[in-house]
Design a protein around this ligand. Sequence first.
Ligand SMILES: [Zn+2]
Length: 373
Amino acid sequence: MQKVLRAYKFRLYPSEAQKASLAQTFGCARFVYNHFLHARSQAWQEHRTSCSYAKDCKALTELKKAPECSWLNDVSNIALQQSLRHLSQAFQNFFSKRSRYPAFKRKEGHQAFTLMRHGFGLQDGKLRLARFEGLLEVRWSRALPSAPSQVTITKDPAGRYFASFLCEEQVAALAPASRDTGIDLGLLSFITDAQGVPVAPPKFLAKLLHQVRRLSQALARKRKGSANRSKARLRLAALHARIADARSNFLHQLSTHLLRENQAVYAEELSIRGLMRTRLARSIADAAWGELLRQLRYKAQWYGRTFWQAPRNFASSKLCSACGCKNTELTLSQRRWRCVCGAEHERDTNAARNLLAAGRAAMEHRTAGLAGA
Ligand SMILES: [Zn+2]
């Protein structure tokens, strides 16, 4: 058993008055995020100085004293400070090459603010927020395992409200599994394992993407500023929300299944920044490998499994998994190839086998290192 932090998300049903209050907090949180993102970018461009969360917090206190920003005092200060924390995290992700440069938050986009333990409470099954009149109706679909340490309130572009509670929970390790595997990430099959078993990209995504294209075209035909245009935008946003939900279910089932069946899973390292620049960006975003790898990483910790990623320069596709020779002439479109040693390879299975071998070697190395220490 070990303690882990887990998010529990539920739908919220605010009244019209509550929606207005939430909009105010969303707006202030977004303003603070954007204001300090701009300040950080400027400080870097002009003076090559970097900011920190602590520096930003001090500057926020000053900002709230300015008469033109006094409206920031109408919402919970915790929410504003959490905005700065998220900004700080976004920069850390950027500097460690896990994500792109932080972007400004848009009014039409996903809205969010976060409150820590002293900023919210549960009362008669309803949610009370700091600096907020009345209680929010929550549709509980399961019980919380412990008292939540923070809550994030979100509104998606489709106009749906959610509360996501962060709770500490005891998770039992899974019973040991007798096999391990490597997984190759691809577009033709979403993943292929070292045993040569492919997992197809979810079919419903292709169908939904077709609808996205149709609704986007419909939206483009509507006159700017018209009621029909905002209706069309909402329909498109609702569809995107459905896709996000379906993809999330698919990825959770897949990551749990992989770790249940295998004692160790080995994969490649993804360079999100590198990939997003290519024309494949759209399909890659949809394929959501980054999210799969993220889930494998934290769930492996939960369940007492091993998850390891090969370094970025590891040539998983080009090595022959039978003899170790490197086929430098292999092109992206070549699905099958024959090595000089005579081995016949299916591209993805071969890559997965190489990842399995590299992962096993890395684990042996690690164990040997521990034994020697
Ligand atoms: Zn070979």
